[in-house]
Ligand binder design. Structure first.
Ligand SMILES: [Zn+2]
Length: 287
């Protein structure tokens, strides 16, 4: 009798688990702090044999690349709050950076500067926004236009037109503005490390094609979902025709050697002197 009861309880428990799992699978995968890869894979520490290793012309410049996700006022959602920047904070950060003499550029400009093809002002910064949430159109884009500053948005091609994400129409309008570079963040926000080679290649190459067809512009910059990268992934990004990629590894010293895993920083809520002090650090610890 007791065993029967136990078995019945187990069956009910499994059914509940099954239901929960199927619900989870239907949902767009959520970001989590735990999954962000913030340390350089050991295989990339010695870059001499990666083909992106020491080159004749090597320029190193300090370029903060800020990483943002949601930019909106979030209430009663601690998980989302962790990834959100209130619009007034973004506005204040831009003001601080302008006063400190920074020029806002896009990844395309940075790569040209590193290659010696373009001479940019001494203090440059990139604002990067991951995932292509609809608040980029409603909250970020108006601030960029008002302040006349450049930025890059990394779009997940297959998430477009879904709830809380940008629409195709909005991406086209943003791309036309010449203030915002459109980068790719795969088709489905896929973890690219250690997955089937064909799937990874398709996610990287096809997302580029979809966004290029949509905007009529070339998509040159890539962002690894969850920052998950390794040598194989880097080579796939390179072979797909991108000229650069951003990681979630903290740092500020960018060179041609790390053009496929440019370092980024999370500015959090810092503004004013606190933000300037944060940027003056020599070494940035994983967040
Ligand atoms: Zn992402």
């Amino acid at each position: 009798m007791i065993r029967k009861k136990n078995i019945r309880a187990l069956v009910i428990l499994l059914a509940i688990l099954g239901l929960l799992m199927s619900y989870q699978l239907r949902k767009v995968p959520e970001l989590s702090m735990d999954t962000l890869v913030t340390v350089l894979p050991p295989e990339l520490e010695n870059l001499s044999d990666t083909g992106i290793g020491p080159q004749l012309f090597e320029k190193q410049i300090k370029v903060p690349i800020f990483l943002y996700h949601y930019v909106e006022y979030v209430k009663n959602d601690p998980k989302k709050e962790n990834f959100a920047t209130p619009p007034n904070v973004l506005q204040a950060q831009i003001k601080t950076l302008k006063t400190a003499g920074y020029t806002f550029v896009a990844p395309d400009d940075l790569i040209k500067d590193l290659l010696g093809e373009l001479v940019l002002p001494k203090k440059i910064i990139i604002l990067s926004f991951d995932d292509g949430y609809s608040d980029f159109y409603t909250d970020v884009f108006p601030i960029l236009k008002k302040e006349k500053v450049k930025a890059v948005v990394y779009v997940v091609a297959n998430f477009l037109n879904q709830e809380n994400y940008l629409s195709t129409f909005q991406v086209k309008e943003i791309a036309k503005s010449s203030l915002v570079e459109i980068g790719s963040h795969t088709l489905n926000h896929t973890w690219l490390k250690d997955i089937n080679k064909k799937t990874a290649e398709y996610e990287i190459a096809q997302s580029k094609k979809v966004l290029e067809d949509m905007t009529g512009l070339s998509v040159n910059s890539f962002a690894y979902p969850y920052g998950a990268l390794d040598r194989r992934t880097i080579n796939m990004v390179k072979n797909a025709g991108y000229t650069n990629a951003v990681s979630t590894i903290p740092g500020i010293k960018q060179t041609i050697r790390n053009k496929f895993f440019l370092y980024r920083l999370r500015p959090g809520y810092k503004t004013g002197m606190e933000l300037i002090k944060f940027l003056a650090q020599e070494d940035f610890k994983p967040w």
